[in-house]
Design a protein around this ligand. Sequence first.
Ligand code: 3PG
Ligand code: MG
Length: 389
Amino acid sequence: MNVQKMTDLALQGQRVLIREDLNVPIKNASVSSDARLRAALPTIQAAADAGARVMLMSHLGRPTEGEPNDEFSLAPVADHLGQLLGRTVRLVDDYLGSNLELNDGDVVLLENVRFNSGEKKDDEGLSKHYAALCDIFVMDAFGTAHRAQASTHGVARFAPTACAGPLLANELEALEKALAHPQRPMTAIVGGSKVSTKLDVLNALSEKCDQLIVGGGIANTFIAAAGYNVGKSLYEADLIDQAKALMAKVAIPVPTDVVVATEFSESADAVIKPVDQVADNEMILDIGPQTAANLAELLKDAGTILWNGPVGVFEIDQFGKGTEVIAQAIADSQAFSIAGGGDTLAAIDKYAIAERVSYISTGGGAFLEYVEGKTLPAVAALEAAASGA
Ligand code: 3PG
Ligand code: MG
């Protein structure tokens, strides 16, 4: 990756515009999970400590452009960031076309970029407005690097200098370590509800890993492809051929036992069964204990582990054992482990293993697109800026 890095630039007295992904869940006007804010903190702190005049910008949610709306205001994020930084972070909502009065070391947050018309379409005029605010544009929002929008992509074309922030650089480095030069054997775990939404990532990983563990609704399609009845389980009959093709390319262990229920609810009775005994009125909601133990054994010997998606309905405890055993095995493993995606992060929190995963990505969609081998537009824009294109 040939890009300029924020850590190589002199920031003293410079107007530094930093695009972060501060798109965090908000409940009752306060931040309910601040993982992304904490991930951005070292970048913000480093710029302020270097004497930069720091302007942060981010999106929050998906508001209608051109219609500022309190529901999507970054005000709770400004408050929360202020607490984390131990200083006031002023929220600025009237920043387009204005000259912000800032002192060296100041940190302000610009209101939701998705209130600005043209943001999502990567509008050139809007991109130039952003660029005019700064001497240096820092792209640090890995979680939004798969979007070619004015605040992630267009601005990099027009800013006097455009560079990668430390968080973005670290994320790309960790992903490259896991994918370009993996320690073998490499095991990937892909869970989630549908094969169709993860087909690209499954295909890409089938080329790279030594074993591919599938979970959730995705596993059900593989169980059906192996010839077993899946009862009322969520699965995709039209993707059985794709599942078979994947199984011909890479080792995909099919569960030998499963946890089933006749209803999907918090109070459902969970029953453990061999995989060949699922009845027509049952749903598979987790892998069974024998399968989980076998997979944990496999993860013990892995050199690299990539994790995206739980292997069962872990939000309901009686269907969470499989995900818990996998999480524990990842935590116990000596492998370089990398995890990404909203549900995966929730499982990591639930089973309290964050400290024992080598790298936790802040990206969901961006993480998957990188793993699929796609070019992230925001990174491409930094490369173009570095080459003077
Ligand atoms: C995310 O949370 O997935 C990122 O912040 C990107 O948000 P978006 O999917 O609304 O572009
Ligand atoms: Mg998304």
